[in-house]
Design a protein around this ligand. Structure first.
Ligand SMILES: Nc1ncnc2c1ncn2[C@@H]1O[C@H](COP(=O)(O)OP(=O)(O)OP(=O)(O)O)[C@@H](O)[C@H]1O
Ligand SMILES: [Zn+2]
Ligand SMILES: [Zn+2]
Length: 849
């Protein structure tokens, strides 16, 4: 007997370690690292993942319990994913079970029993079988694999669906073979019959006899059975494709269901329900595309990446290519190479950019070899896509963040488009960043990572420039010009303070108004961006652009309506909300608020008859809505596409010649040290939507602080100057990439208890750091550093009746800050138990609010 190390599904600290279970003899061949099992735990049975198997030494002092059941035949996780989960748990201070679970589709998390049925790859397998041969596999009999295989197939076929447990009991010594059949699609693993919802079946037609018998029957058919003869002939012709969907037979031959029934009664064919993969893109045709001849710039980049790919050696590239430089074409051709090596590729895109246009480009080039993992897919659809990946039916997986766990076995390439996007960071535990996971996973597979963006994150760019960070130092590749040779659009900044001064109280400046008018006359299109991020939270003067900021932290203060004061969410500084502007004395100081709906109304008022498509959270909640709206816009059923961040990314519309940004500053004033970076990125991206094809583009950026460097550099499309200036700020204030952050959030129902415990935590943390000899504060010139800010009330100070406090750890170098933060949290276990304190760690947080 062997011992399995199992991580159980009880996500509390006490159980965050492997437990030992005996592997019963009957499961020995079936259980592998990555298997999902049911094990007794306390008084109940819980699920768990096998993360290791060790031989039994016989020295166990107490009686170990046995694994009770095996939940899937093919383990949902492979050994490398189990290792990755372990790494992730350490890297992001997450419970192991949560790290493992994030890698498997939700459909697999349920308790439903697994069943085995026949898959649709059966044709070849059944060709030699004699369906009426009654010799069944006999226990102990010497037999060839071939024979066992036929036997298994016949067994499953005769029962329709066989519970997994039953199959493993009947064939205890043929686990490898059954797994092979499952991976080859000959057998199919599915949920219990009771949740039929999860499975889609199709009425199909198959031959009930072998080919020779069918041909024989055909030859001796009476002449009057012409229709039946046609069907049989057709099925024989299509024998490789059997079973065929009934619908297809009916429509191709124009025969009736009754005729098919007649043949079935003769025992020549069978009709049955066959499970089909739900293809969410079914019925949509994708125009096939051919590789384009690369421009010189593209070629250089491509050669670099491909060189590493051919060596089958790990490497990370940061592709900095301006909007429209043709990054996608480089991705496509690199993927082609990867496929030709018989390896597989993952393409990560921000959820928001997972538009049909993006999918179309990959489906257009690689067709059915692409699986799409979209969060809007149903659980069942996602499960199907996941299975296609695991079974090697597809070569490319495209999806948001979690697609980084696509269960490919021969991974060659991971592409991360728009690598700067914050949505690559998961906000729930495990709070992983897909970029780090991608790099780690690629390391395991000797695969290549390509991080692409027109506006790389400062962390990535800095790492590439300085080559200092050893576990992540990408090689920098640049594409500074557009693939089609056209210029980047001209960006004009409109000073909204001047507009107000001149009596224009509208949300549209005169220039943008005129621009819109011209587009309407010429029948060209406009994209309008309303950056809603951060609205209503900061205080700004409409006369002079003054924004209330923290004197200590260089971030804007957040307005708190209830207490009518302004607070800093980093250090806790607070002041009363001003009545008049402290800078210019104007009374036009207020907290900001406007919405897409208001813009839409204003547009209708100013331009009667204007056709506007509004795209924001309200109009895109429905499945497929996003896609429908974009399609309408592409078909020129509207003059204006108005929306939030959603309209800024990845869209390529030839007739868009005007882009307007209603208020560029709104994100600048968030209490987030990345505010300037985010603003720069957004402006650059949205400006990049204009003039991508023949027609030249024009961009108006409306702003109350036009002198801000993020706006100025974005208008010049000058990434490098922006970065230089931004890095200076980051260095002065000691923010990433000059250090790393850990955000520790505490919550409790009682405020005084919370404050005491949060203070305890920070005190212990500081003491330990001191004892370890790490510096107390961040010195600009020290290599190792550790510092703690806070605790202060969280930006959202109470959620669901729990008060929240937080502290921020800044660290750098060889100090084990993550370990210390976690150890300190665990040391407070008693408090956690007795007083219901919750502590959550966010390593490298993206959201500071
Ligand atoms: N080698 C090429 N020859 C001709 N056209 C090309 C070539 N490469 C790209 N294009 C075209 O240039 C346009 C811009 O390319 P693409 O959308 O891939 O740029 P991108 O770098 O991904 O831009 P963004 O960051 O804005 O999404 C597309 O219409 C694309 O078809
Ligand atoms: Zn003012
Ligand atoms: Zn502050």
């Amino acid at each position: 007997m062997e011992i399995a190390k199992v991580i159980v599904d009880v996500p509390v600290k006490e159980t965050d370690r492997p437990f030992d279970y005996l592997v019963p003899e009957s499961m020995r061949e079936w259980i592998e690292i990555g298997s999902r099992v049911g094990v007794p735990f306390g008084h109940r049975t819980v699920q768990g993942f096998v993360i290791d198997l060790v031989p039994r030494t016989g020295e166990e002092t107490f009686k170990l319990k046995q694994i009770q059941e095996l939940l899937d035949i093919v383990p949902p996780l492979s050994k490398d994913l189990v290792e990755l989960a372990e790494w992730m748990s350490g890297r992001y201070a997450s419970n192991r079970i949560l790290s493992l679970q994030v890698m498997v589709p939700t459909a697999l998390k349920g308790k439903a029993e697994r069943y085995i049925s026949l898959g649709d790859a059966l044709d070849g397998q059944m060709a030699g079988a004699q369906p009426d041969d009654e010799v069944l596999f006999v226990w102990g009999e010497e037999s060839t694999t071939e024979k066992v295989q036929q036997d298994i197939i016949r067994f499953v076929k005769s029962r329709g669906q066989v519970p997994l447990q039953q199959l493993s009991r009947k064939y205890p010594n043929h686990a490898a073979l059954i797994k092979k059949l499952l991976l080859g699609g000959v057998l199919l693993e599915s949920q219990a019959i009771k949740d039929k919802l999860n499975k889609k079946t199709m009425k199909s037609v198959d031959l009930a006899v072998d080919i020779a018998a069918a041909q024989e029957a055909l030859a001796s058919f009476p002449a009057k059975a012409q229709r039946q003869k046609e069907i049989l002939t057709f099925l024989l012709e299509m024998k490789e494709l059997l079973p065929m969907p009934m619908k297809e037979v009916l429509s191709t031959l124009q025969v009736s269901a009754a005729t098919i029934k007649g043949l079935e009664e003769k025992g020549l064919i069978v009709t049955e329900d066959v499970e089909v993969f739900r293809d969410p893109y079914q019925g949509r045709t994708f125009k096939a595309t051919e590789p384009l001849v690369l421009t010189d710039e593209q070629k250089l980049v491509y050669d670099n990446i491909n060189g590493r790919l051919q060596e089958q050696r790990h490497g990370v590239f940061l592709l900095h290519g301006v909007t429209g430089s043709g990054k996608t074409e480089v991705y496509l051709q690199t993927i082609q190479q990867c496929i030709e090596q018989d390896r597989q590729a993952i393409v990560l895109v921000p959820e928001i950019a997972l538009t049909p246009q993006m999918v179309e480009r990959f489906k257009g080039r690689f067709g059915d070899q692409v699986a799409v993992m979209h969060s809007r897919l149903s659980g069942g659809e996602r499960y199907d896509e996941w299975r296609k990946i695991r079974e090697g039916q597809v070569k490319v997986a495209i999806g948001a963040r979690s697609a980084v766990f696509a269960p490919f076995s021969r991974l060659g390439l991971i592409i991360m488009d728009e690598e700067h996007e914050t949505s690559y960071k998961q906000e729930e535990t495990p709070k992983y960043h897909a970029r780090d996971v991608a790099v780690k996973r690629a390391q395991q597979h000797q695969a290549v990572v390509v991080l692409g963006s027109a506006t790389p994150s400062l962390e990535s760019y800095y790492a590439a420039r300085s080559q200092s960070n050893d576990d992540f130092a990408p090689l920098l590749l640049e594409m500074p010009t557009r693939a089609l040779g056209n210029k980047l659009p001209e960006v004009r900044i409109v000073d909204m303070r001047e507009e107000l001064k001149d009596g224009n109280r509208s949300m549209f400046s005169r220039a943008l108004h005129k621009g819109l008018e011209e587009r309407l006359e010429r029948g060209e299109q406009t994209v309008l961006l309303l950056n809603r991020r951060g609205y209503s939270t900061f205080v700004m003067c409409r006369s002079c652009g003054y924004v209330a900021g923290c004197p200590e932290c260089d971030i804007s203060l957040t307005y708190h309506q209830r207490s009518n004061n302004l607070r800093c969410h980093y250090c806790g500084y607070a002041e009363a909300a001003p009545e008049v502007c402290p800078d210019c004395g104007s009374e036009h100081i207020r907290y900001f608020g406007t919405g897409t709906q208001r813009v839409e109304e204003e547009l209708a008022k100013l331009f009667p008859g204007i056709r506007v498509i509004r795209m924001d959270v309200d109009t895109t909640t429905e499945k497929g809505a996003h896609e429908k709206l974009l399609k309408q816009f592409r078909e020129k059923k509207a003059d204006v596409l108005l929306g939030t961040q959603m309209v800024a990314k990845g869209l390529d519309f030839p007739d868009v010649t005007l882009v307007g940004v209603i208020t560029a500053d709104s994100a600048l004033n968030l209490p987030d040290f990345r505010a300037a970076e985010k603003t720069f990125q957004l402006l650059t991206q949205v400006a990049g939507r204009a003039g991508r094809h023949q027609l030249p583009g024009e961009v108006f950026v409306q702003s109350y602080t036009p002198e801000h460097y993020s706006i100025g550099h974005a208008s010049q499309h000058d990434y490098v100057s922006f970065v230089r200036e931004e890095l200076l700020h980051r260095r002065n204030l000691q923010y990433p990439p000059y250090c790393r952050l850990i955000l520790v959030t505490f919550s409790h129902e009682q405020l005084p208890v919370l404050i005491r415990l949060a203070e305890n935590y920070t005190r212990i943390l500081k003491e330990k750091a001191n004892a370890a000899g790490w510096l107390g504060s961040l010195d600009r010139f020290s290599n190792d550093a550790f510092d703690v800010l806070g605790p202060v009330a969280s930006p959202i100070p109470r959620i669901k009746n729990r008060y929240r406090f937080q502290c921020m750890i800044k660290w750098r170098g060889d100090v084990d800050a993550i370990g210390l933060a976690l150890a300190t949290a665990r040391r407070m276990d008693d408090d956690v138990q007795a007083q219901k304190l919750l502590i959550s760690l966010d390593v490298d947080p993206q959201m500071l609010m």
